[in-house]
Ligand binder design. Structure first.
Ligand code: SF4
Length: 65
């Protein structure tokens, strides 16, 4: 199963992830990424994976469980 990990120390708040898959990613009041879930369902998995590749600060990663 795919698990998303977000390193909030690296996030620069660009919002790419939220624009790409709003079912998985959100931003807090400071614009820093907040995960709505760290286990995307099948419907969200491809877009979540895409969001990880788009993140400009490499704050996002995927773990396989
Ligand atoms: S795309 Fe990366 S840098 Fe931008 S808000 Fe999401 S986690 Fe943060």
């Amino acid at each position: 199963m795919m698990r998303i990990k977000a390193d909030t120390r690296l996030c620069v708040g660009s919002g790419q992830c939220v624009l790409t898959e709003p079912a998985v990613f959100d931003q807090d009041d400071d614009g820093i990424v907040a995960l709505l879930t760290d286990h995307p369902d099948d419907q969200s998995a491809a877009q979540a994976h895409h969001a990880v590749t788009l993140c400009p600060s490499r704050a996002l990663s995927i773990l396989q469980e």
